[in-house]
Design a protein around this ligand. Structure first.
Ligand SMILES: [Zn+2]
Ligand SMILES: [Zn+2]
Length: 221
C-alpha cells in the first residue's frame, strides 16, 4: 500500500481516496461510455505463480504491450471485475475496471465456447486470479517441428504436407494442421471480483448489464 498522504486545507486523505476523487471527477468530465473491446483471440486459464491466471490472448506482441501500457496498467486493482455469463454451450467473458486514466479505458468482452480449462478455472480460482496478457502465435505446418502437436492431438509429421495438411490418421477428422505458441507477458494485476452468472442475473450486475445492452440487446440477431 502506498503511504503517501496529502494535506490540503487541514484534510488528510490517503492515496486510495485520491484515486477515488480522481475517478469521480474523471467520470464527471468524460461523457463518452467506455468502449467494448473484442479484438482478441480468446482467453487462457493457467496456473502460473501461485494463482490461476486469466490471460486474454492477443496475436501481436506489440499490440499486447500497448494495450497493457495504455489501458490495463491504469486499472485500479480492487475495482477489476470479471463476469462469466453462461449460455448453453458458450459463455460471455466480460472484464472491466475503473481507470486512473478514464480517457484510454477499455472494457473487454468475448463470446467463447466452454472448455476444459474454463471449467477448471471455474472450479479452482478460489475468488482470486492474476490478470496477464498472453501472446498467441499460430504455427504453420512449414514452421512446425516434426513432433509439434496439432490441435487434433497428432504430431506434425502425421499431417500430409502435400494435401492441405490433412491428418493421416484414418479416424481423425482434422483437415488442416493447426498449432500455436503461447507466451504470457510478465506484468500482472490481481483480480478479486469474479462472478459466474446466468443471463437472468445480468440485469442485476452493472458491468454485465452494460455489456449485454451494448453488444447483444441493441443488436439484431
Ligand atoms: Zn491435426
Ligand atoms: Zn489428427
Amino acid at each position: 500500500m502506498c503511504i503517501l498522504k496529502l494535506r490540503y486545507k487541514g484534510i488528510t486523505i490517503n492515496s486510495d481516496q485520491i484515486n477515488k476523487l480522481h475517478l469521480y471527477f474523471g467520470t464527471m468530465s468524460s461523457q463518452s461510455p467506455i468502449p467494448w473491446y473484442d479484438d482478441f483471440e480468446g482467453v487462457a486459464y493457467r496456473y502460473y505463480d501461485l494463482r490461476m491466471n486469466v490471460a486474454p490472448l492477443i496475436t501481436d506482441r506489440k499490440q499486447a504491450d500497448s494495450l497493457w501500457h495504455d489501458s490495463i496498467h491504469w486499472w485500479v486493482d480492487p475495482s477489476i471485475k470479471i463476469r462469466f455469463v453462461e449460455m448453453e454451450n458458450d459463455y460471455w467473458f466480460i472484464m472491466g475496471a475503473d481507470s486512473q486514466k478514464p480517457d484510454t479505458n477499455l472494457a473487454f468482452f468475448k463470446i467463447l465456447p466452454k472448455s476444459e480449462n474454463y471449467e477448471r478455472f471455474k472450479a479452482g480460482h478460489g475468488g482470486e486470479a492474476y490478470l496477464r496478457l498472453g501472446v498467441y502465435t499460430a504455427i504453420s505446418l512449414d514452421d512446425a517441428k516434426k513432433n509439434a502437436v496439432c490441435n487434433c492431438g497428432h504430431e506434425a509429421q502425421d499431417h500430409d504436407e502435400g494435401d492441405d495438411d490433412v491428418c493421416l490418421f484414418n479416424d481423425c477428422s482434422c483437415k488442416k494442421f493447426s498449432s500455436y505458441d503461447m507466451n504470457f507477458r510478465k506484468r500482472k494485476k490481481t483480480i478479486t471480483d469474479i462472478k459466474f452468472l446466468e443471463e437472468k442475473d445480468v440485469k442485476n450486475d452493472p458491468l454485465a448489464w452494460n455489456c449485454f445492452t451494448v453488444n447483444k440487446y441493441s443488436k439484431p440477431e
